[in-house]
Design a binder for this molecule. Structure first.
Ligand code: NAI
Ligand code: AKG
Length: 411
């Protein structure tokens, strides 16, 4: 099942649980606007190359639309549509005053030079600058993009609209980025993990973890789990996977990666088959890379007791059903990885106020938002008699539906 079908299925299930009016249900699913642009750039060798860029603006009932921009070869309209929809429910679950959007360009960022990436980002921004805005749609980083990408968007957008630091979040600190945003998604994942484990009488320091993806989200989650005494026994990325049953030295692994070396060449662990990573024995599994990695082909072999969805839609509906029958507890993406967009909200607020917060305040506020969302989801689970995914979806959906009705929706 593709990402859009899977996301829409979860949405419909939540809508039925809430007993939403069928016309309202239909209207909430349809995106506000779908943008598709051709981005043609000169390559360093003088040839021309063209890439397709997308921005899907899903819903703005609760505020400006918000969501990352992904550079990855698998980016297509359906994938971006699904991710935009997830952002609408995620911002509502986190209870921040935003709607949802997502963007992306179908490209392999690792195969483009820095100057090619800059040209591509600037051309993409030129094509969409009239349709995004500080109070309409605010992009941020996602897979394959980072603070530098946001700096290029800010600069290009500002040529048309004047200096506009709040047009993107996740930008460099020197351009108005927030302290703590780089680590925020990983830190939020750790707060979420802590809350879930505590519910079950467990702790980070008494648990073993496996992490798929060692980029922004995976590496920060690993580092913070490690600082809190968690034992990370296996890690994988696009280049391979490694394991050490005594726990991997995460600061050393981050240093190794930052020196440009592949995971499999890390001396403090043994290599393992990448397909074994997700089904290896552990307490907590954290998918921090692509969508759909837990599916009908591997779900019945998963041995983790808890899955924290740090990636967006890592579990497809077939796997969801198999895992739930096995008693595996899944903390859904629209809550588990919301720390990034929560601190993006803090960044936007700081830009609008022209006042910078210190990092302790950012992290403390992030913890408050994550804990409050967790408690709200648990209340929904109790009142709807449902699992955590449906608890999060019904929470997000009910908030968006209420805002839509209050604004005067008519069938
Ligand atoms: N960056 C952010 O603030 C947020 C990111 N997310 C989600 O978290 C996930 C990861 O995003 P980032 O860490 O930002 O991306 P990133 O580009 O920094 O890192 C991605 C990681 O995934 C690995 N990867 C890629 N393909 C893989 C494969 N086939 N098998 C195993 N590993 C693979 C890469 O090697 C890399 O380590 C995505 O699903 C993204 O949508 C969610 C919320 C916020
Ligand atoms: O920080 C943001 O605005 C969006 C982050 C994002 O794309 C996500 O949560 O999936």
């Amino acid at each position: 099942m593709n990402a859009l079908a899977a996301t829409s299925r979860n949405f419909r299930q939540a809508s039925r649980l809430l007993g939403l009016d069928s016309k309202l249900e239909k209207s909430l699913l349809i995106p506000f606007r779908e943008i598709k642009v051709e981005c043609t750039i000169p390559k360093d060798d003088g040839t021309l190359a063209s890439y397709v860029g997308f921005r899907v603006q899903h819903d703005n009932a609760r505020g400006p639309m918000k969501g990352g921009i992904r550079y990855h070869p698998e980016v297509d309209n359906d994938e971006v549509n699904a991710l935009a929809q997830l952002m609408t429910w995620k911002t509502a679950v986190a209870n921040i005053p935003y709607g949802g959007a997502k963007g992306g360009i179908g490209c392999s960022p690792g195969e483009l030079s820095n100057s090619e990436l800059e040209r591509l980002t600037r051309v993409f921004t030129q094509k969409i600058h009239d349709l995004i805005g500080t109070h309409t749609d605010v992009p941020a980083p996602d897979m394959g993009t980072n603070a530098q990408t946001m700096a290029w968007i800010l600069d290009e957008y500002s040529k048309f609209h004047g200096h506009s630091p709040a047009i993107v979040t996740g930008k460099p600190i020197d351009l108005g980025g927030s302290l703590g945003r780089d680590a925020a998604t990983g830190r939020g994942v750790v707060f979420a993990t802590e809350a879930l484990l505590a519910e079950h009488g467990k702790s980070i320091s008494g648990s073993t973890f496996i992490i798929q993806g060692f980029g922004n989200v995976g590496a920060w989650a690993a580092q913070i789990l490690h600082e809190r005494g968690g034992k990370i026994i296996a890690v994988g990325d696009v280049t391979g996977a490694i394991k050490n049953k005594n726990g991997i030295d995460i600061p050393a692994l981050i240093k190794h990666k930052n020196e440009g070396s592949a995971l499999k060449d890390f001396k403090g662990a043994d290599t393992m088959e990448t397909k074994e990573l997700l089904v290896h024995e552990c307490d907590v599994l954290l998918p921090c890379a692509l969508g759909g990695v837990l599916n009908g082909a591997n779900a019945s072999d998963v041995k983790a007791k808890y899955i924290i969805e740090a990636a967006n839609h890592p579990t497809d509906p077939e796997a969801d059903e198999i895992l739930s029958k096995k008693g595996v507890i899944i903390l859904p993406d629209i809550y588990a990885n919301a720390g990034g967009v929560v601190v993006s909200y803090f960044e936007w607020v700081q830009n609008i106020q022209g006042f910078m917060w210190d990092e302790d305040k950012v992290n403390m506020e992030l913890k408050k938002y994550m804990n409050s969302a967790f408690n709200n989801i648990k209340e929904m689970c109790r009142s709807q008699n449902c699992n955590l995914r449906m608890g999060a979806f019904t929470l997000g959906l009910s908030r968006v539906a209420r805002a839509t009705l209050l604004r005067g929706w008519e069938a």
